[in-house]
Design a protein around this ligand. Structure first.
Ligand SMILES: [Zn+2]
Length: 417
């Protein structure tokens, strides 16, 4: 499968992207440097820069005084004059961020789904309400595009959700539906892919070529960057780390297999394990706060208890870290990665989780593979999927190459349509 996709557009559109891409990568850049870096003629650069300034995307920001020759006018992206939207739609909530052109969130809107009806007919209006709130007071002409991500498998070319167990959806044409409802173009991504590219472009994984992002929450899913490119798999289903067998005769998983990682290392499993440990060690003084919340225990309570040294909390995180380490050890041996990023709600545990995970990796992964690899917690935290979705549409709009991770409708991808 080809991972970078040639754009079907005209030479002029490609030239605009070559120039925009350089202006985005270099905070401030002169026209003559643009000529040098893009290989385009002086006249082409001047005419396209004039267009970009006219469109309000680029501005002149000062002078550069080279040792020889005339001062050069510097150009910069107008990061706060145009916006993109990023959204994460799940069975529990809808999160929308309004970002500037550096994918920095300017506004965040959350809304609980608050219903057991998870049909698209019920959830799309929740997304619409969040978007309306996020863009309140913003000139609609300044919203360039929106990226939406959902937990599940998404066909990136059409934005169809082929399968989501969590929602639960099968063959839902979400991209087509959203493009008919919003005045700006919309692309749909899988949540794992969006979060991975959020971390890769704007988070902890900047410039990392081989990266695995692992989201640990009520389920476990991974996203892969190999040689700087997205790896999605034959049917866009790569990254199902939750269904790695780590305990051959373990509990039955909803996929039908036994002993999957998802039966041992999710937030749900952690909370029930803590309850079980509290029953076994009822008099541990540090566990008092957790015992008060026993029936409504949240991950935050367990993290607070671990900070206070509660043995039940520390042991539960150590067990989850160990199971993750077993699955990741094999993954690291197979892929020889530069970086593994742990994200999702469980990343809140920080070193209480990462330390036992690291220990397990030292038992199971090859020393040659571990020596150059870093294991880190997500930098974008809970924003990763929504910011990632926004960053993927920014890339779609501004970059001379498209990723195969998700696409805006081809007829709406131009900034000058
Ligand atoms: Zn499974």
């Amino acid at each position: 499968m080809t991972t970078w996709v040639a754009r079907p557009e005209s030479g002029k559109e490609l030239n605009r992207r070559l120039i925009l891409d350089q202006i985005r990568r270099n905070a401030q850049i002169s026209r003559s440097d643009l000529v040098r870096l893009t290989g385009l003629s002086k006249a082409t650069v001047s005419s396209i820069v004039a267009e970009l300034m006219e469109a309000g995307l680029v501005e002149e920001v000062g002078n550069q005084n080279p040792p020889v020759g005339r001062p050069r006018i510097l150009l910069s992206l107008v990061a706060d004059a145009n916006f993109t939207l990023g959204a994460e739609l799940t069975d529990e909530e809808c999160r929308v961020v309004l970002t500037n052109l550096h994918a920095e969130p300017i506004r965040r809107v959350y809304r609980a789904v608050g219903s057991t009806d998870l049909s698209p007919e019920r959830l799309i209006p929740v997304l619409e309400a969040c978007v309306t709130e996020a863009v309140d007071g913003v000139d609609p002409a300044c919203i360039l595009a929106m990226g939406v991500c959902v937990p599940g498998i998404v066909d990136p070319s059409s934005g169809t959700v082929t399968l989501s167990v969590m929602l639960p959806w099968r063959d839902v044409p979400l991209g087509a539906e959203l493009n008919s409802r919003f005045p700006f173009p919309v692309a749909v991504f899988s949540r794992g892919t969006a979060a991975t590219w959020g971390e890769r472009w704007y988070g902890v994984g900047k410039d990392v070529s081989n990266l695995l992002y692992v989201r640990v929450g009520s389920g476990i899913v991974a996203g892969l960057v190999i040689n700087g490119q997205p790896y999605l798999g034959r049917n866009f289903g790569a990254g199902e780390l939750g269904h790695f067998t780590v305990q051959p005769d373990g509990a039955l998983c909803r996929c039908g297999n036994r002993g999957c990682l998802a039966t041992l290392a999710t937030t749900g499993v952690l909370l029930s394990r803590v309850r079980q440990l509290l029953r076994e060690m009822p008099d541990a003084a540090m566990s008092r706060a957790m015992q008060e919340n026993f029936d409504h225990l949240k991950l935050e309570d367990v993290v607070a208890a671990a900070e206070a040294g509660a043995p039940a909390a520390l042991q539960a995180f150590a067990e989850v870290g160990r199971w993750l380490g077993i699955a990741l050890g094999s993954t690291i041996n197979l892929l020889n990665l530069d970086m593994v990023v742990i994200g999702g709600p469980m990343a809140l545990a920080g070193d209480y989780l990462l330390q036992p995970l690291r220990q397990e990796l030292h038992q199971r992964a090859l020393p040659t593979h571990l020596a150059q690899m870093s294991l880190v917690a997500s930098m974008l935290k809970e924003d990763a999927p929504a910011v990632g979705a926004a960053s993927l549409v920014l890339h779609e709009l501004f970059s001379p190459v498209r990723t195969s991770a998700g696409m805006l409708p081809a007829d709406r991808v131009s900034l000058f349509a």
